[in-house]
Design a protein around this ligand. Structure first.
Ligand code: APR
Length: 384
């Protein structure tokens, strides 16, 4: 079994297949150091925590992850918090930085006897023969498996190979850009905080005791260079209304990366003997922290289906792979889209923008006041 990509989807898949005794090779473009240190997502859903725990992949998360069950919303009317762990199904997040999870998954995968080549870039994929060509420090190589798993992210070669076949592609550019910021600073608030402001959205999310993730909505044409540290902290202060709610704990900014809010889902998630999982299968905007959780969900479903096919000659679950995953993917897309509409009033002074901003405020008021609305939020915020 050949897996392209050693992110959360490829590594969970590889670990589960190894646990079933299936031979696996993961080809990963980046170096081991790059994979170990890449800071990405960090909020694991209850479902992800269950999958990792049930398959013996949760030791690091259980030791160092932090339970998170409250989020806050700020706007011109003040602040309110939602204890989502006490709403909906009563599920909570576990905050565990993705690079730590990936590091754990790599060492467990290797100890299960899995093969992993870093610095190996897949250049060509043939879904019919389940063959990939790759390039590494030794030169060009070719390898084939019974099946291929495309776990190489949203811009990878496997997604392109499936998209080039006769599949449907559902894509949307939400017209919004965030500056994703990592600050070498402890969290400033106990909760994930979403701030709505006429200047645009701002978000605050804990990562670890020393590192905090912030998001700032910026004009799509802005480059990171337009946002030096002082400007980021000043604008975060305005949108987070620090005069009213107290200062932010500042530190050096170690990452400032524009993120275009986009959604892109392929249907089906496979072509011939190539199966996609994670961002390769469906890109989702980061507004509801679903990307890594969808990746883990799909990897578990695919691992079970591949084990049936490879060990028991039963391809029914594999044939149903897209049908199993797509409703969950669309449910997450729908909630993520709902969050986008909640958090972003249009920027600008025309009457239509004014009307939209009033709708945003009304939606937020409803979330503050309606228990039914809060239960809906909680169930979808943590659920997959
Ligand atoms: N050859 C080999 N490896 C590749 C290639 C290639 N041609 N192209 C990409 N890769 C590797 C990347 O270097 C990366 O390590 O595939 C991996 C894909 O990992 P992720 O982008 O983390 O994707 P996935 O496992 O689907 O996880 C999705 O993780 O990082 C978050 O925002 C992301 O939340 C989403 C989730």
């Amino acid at each position: 079994m050949v897996i392209v990509g050693a992110g959360p989807s490829g590594l969970v898949l590889g670990n589960l297949l190894r646990a079933s005794g299936i031979d696996t090779l993961i080809l990963e473009r980046a170096s081991r150091d790059q994979v170990w240190t890449r800071a990405r997502a960090g909020f694991l859903s209850a479902h992800s925590a269950r999958v990792l725990t049930e398959h013996g992949l949760a030791a690091g998360m259980l030791r160092n992850g932090r339970s998170h069950d409250v989020c806050a919303f700020r706007d011109a009317n003040g602040e309110f918090t939602l204890r989502y762990g006490q709403l909906g199904r009563g599920e909570v997040h576990t905050v565990y930085p993705q690079q730590h999870l990936v590091t754990d998954l790599i060492s467990e995968y290797l100890s299960r006897g899995g093969e992993l080549r870093f610095g190996a870039t897949v250049t060509e994929v043939d879904p019919q023969t389940a063959t990939v060509r790759y390039r590494d420090a030794q030169g060009d190589g070719e390898v084939a498996g019974r099946f291929l798993a495309g776990c190489d992210g949203g811009n990878g070669v496997t997604r392109q190979a499936v998209a080039a076949a006769s599949v449907s592609r559902h894509t949307r550019d939400h017209g919004i850009t965030w500056l994703a910021v990592l600050a070498q600073a402890p969290q400033s608030m106990a909760a994930v905080t979403y701030a709505l402001h006429d200047n645009g959205f701002a978000g605050h999310m804990a990562r670890s005791p020393e590192v905090t993730r912030y998001y700032l909505q910026i004009p799509p044409t802005d480059t990171p260079a337009a946002w030096p540290d002082e400007r980021i902290w000043a604008e975060l202060g305005v949108r987070m209304r620090t005069e009213e709610f107290g200062p932010l704990r500042q530190g050096p900014i170690t990452e400032r990366q524009p993120v275009r809010l986009r959604s892109d889902v392929l249907d089906p998630l496979q072509h011939a003997r190539l199966f996609l999982a994670g961002d390769a299968a469906s890109l989702i905007s980061p507004s509801a922290a679903k990307g890594a959780n969808l990746a883990i969900m799909a990897a578990e479903v695919l691992a079970g289906a591949l084990a049936d096919a490879l060990l028991r000659d039963d391809e029914r679950a594999l044939a149903a792979y897209s049908r199993t995953c797509l409703p969950r993917i669309w449910r997450a897309q729908e909630f993520s889209h709902w969050m986008i509409n909640l958090l972003h009033g249009p920027l600008g002074a025309d009457p239509a923008a004014d009307f939209q901003r009033a709708l945003c405020r009304a939606r937020l008021d409803s979330l503050r006041d309606s228990r039914a609305h809060q239960d809906f939020f909680a169930e979808n915020y943590v659920g997959i």
